[in-house]
Ligand binder design. Structure first.
Ligand code: NDP
Length: 392
């Protein structure tokens, strides 16, 4: 049997580690080409050894010597820096997991598509920043994009054998995150530790905080529009505290197809890994009788202004998604560093969008990788200036 050549971008993170967990269960079936990480050199080197990877890359150009030392005697190539990440992604592999966090995942993901790989896309930021470009690149190079976000994997599965013309609406669910039931007046005082703890999912810190603010769901609404090509009016968000139903697709005969599963990312990762087959996965089987009931409520836009901003970004079009994401990432850095309150993150993002919209130029530029990067950089600078002014 020929072994499948695979690479994992963002191997040391939460999604990367869940992917490695699945790969390790059947290691003989895979030839691991590249593993990438950033700060966690020990993890990267240990996994590169365990998976006998061809190359290990850290995004941090200053850590090459550390990585080389950690890989000494293994025969595994070490590389560092942004260019090395993209170079690793161009090495022929049939399946590439895109699980770098943030806009940093865009260029390596594009590089993987350009070599015609199937890209399992956890890095939602790529689609938010440059959806049209990603889809065009995939088409041009005969590459395939498979969703890994649990909601988008759920929609993808509910659509198997269906005609998109029969789809009336796509409903993605949200647990509501850490502050779902908090009094609104307490939200400005939410601490980093409180925002970093998710009631249902075990994820990386940044996406966990984004779940509490609903910026994660805001990105996913835009991701839904880009991936499935539906108009924003057909996309709904439903708060579902138990996180058992990940998404529903409504058809024009009134049927709603729901995807139900445990909150375990290995389901969506495994589906993308084995697609179009459905293979056995080591995830919990739900006992619905024991669960008893599932609950739903409409999202409250006063609690989660990010959801309103996502609609405004989609209506604005152009490179507004790249600006939105970059402003969000910078505001999140500000919250993590203690420079911004929890609720100030959305205020900063809205201010960046307003300022850059008024300035025109960058948001209206053509969607090329260079222009997306330029809009991203300007949005980060604008956000940092706003954060500094607020602090002063
Ligand atoms: P983590 O923060 O756990 O991991 C991020 C990964 O990216 C790590 O390998 C990290 O390296 C690497 N990394 C960090 N900064 C950079 C950089 N500047 N350049 C290159 N690599 C970098 O994130 P998650 O695994 O939680 O999320 C990954 C992606 O998947 C995100 O886009 C997220 O939105 C999406 N996603 C995550 C889900 C989850 O359950 N976690 C669910 C659905 C989507 P190191 O750790 O070595 O520093």
């Amino acid at each position: 049997m020929t072994r499948r050549r695979i690479s994992i971008l963002g191997a040391t993170g939460s999604i990367g580690q869940n992917t490695i967990d699945l790969i390790k269960r059947d290691l003989a079936a895979y030839e691991v080409v590249a593993l990438t990480g950033a700060g966690n050199i020990a993890r990267l080197a240990a996994d590169a050894r365990a998976l006998r990877a061809q190359v290990a890359v850290t995004a941090d150009a200053h850590r090459l010597d550390d990585l080389r030392a950690a890989l000494a005697g293994s025969g595994i190539e070490a590389a560092a820096g942004q260019a090395a990440l993209s170079e690793a992604a161009t090495r022929p592999a049939g399946w590439v997991m895109s699980a770098i966090v943030g806009a940093a995942g865009l260029a390596p993901g594009m590089a993987a598509l350009e070599q015609g790989a199937t890209l399992a896309l956890a890095n939602k930021e790529s689609l938010v920043c440059a959806g049209t470009l990603i889809l065009e690149t995939a088409r041009k190079h005969n590459a395939r994009l498979l969703p890994v976000d649990s909601e988008h994997s759920a929609v993808f599965q509910a659509l198997v054998g269906e005609d998109m013309a029969a789809v009336e609406r796509i409903v993605i669910t949200a647990s509501g995150g850490a502050f779902r039931d908090w009094p609104l007046a307490d939200l400005p005082n939410a601490t980093l530790a409180q925002a970093s703890s998710h009631p249902n999912w075990d994820m990386g810190q940044r996406i966990t905080i984004d779940s509490a603010s609903m910026f994660n769901k805001a990105l996913e609404v835009i991701e839904t529009r880009e991936y499935f090509g539906v108009v924003p009016d057909k996309i709904e968000v439903l708060v579902h505290p138990e996180s058992m139903i990940h998404a529903l697709v409504g058809f024009h005969d009134g049927a709603l197809m729901a995807h139900v599963g445990p909150p375990d990312m290995r389901h969506a990762i495994g589906y993308a890994l084995h697609w179009p087959e459905r293979r056995a996965l080591p995830v919990e089987r739900l006992d619905l009788a024991a669960i008893g009931s599932l609950t739903f409520r409409a999202p409250d836009t006063a609690r989660w202004p990010a959801l309103r901003l996502a609609r405004e970004v989609m209506a604005r079009g152009g490179l507004a998604g790249a600006v939105f994401n970059a402003a969000k990432e910078t505001a999140l850095d500000g919250f993590i560093a203690g420079h911004l309150s929890f609720t100030a993150m959305a205020e900063v993002v809205e201010q960046v969008l307003t300022q850059m919209d008024a300035a025109g130029g960058h948001i209206d530029a053509q969607m090329t990788l260079d222009n997306v990067v330029a809009a991203d950089h300007l949005a980060r600078r604008t956000a940092r200036n706003i954060i500094e002014k607020r602090a002063g």
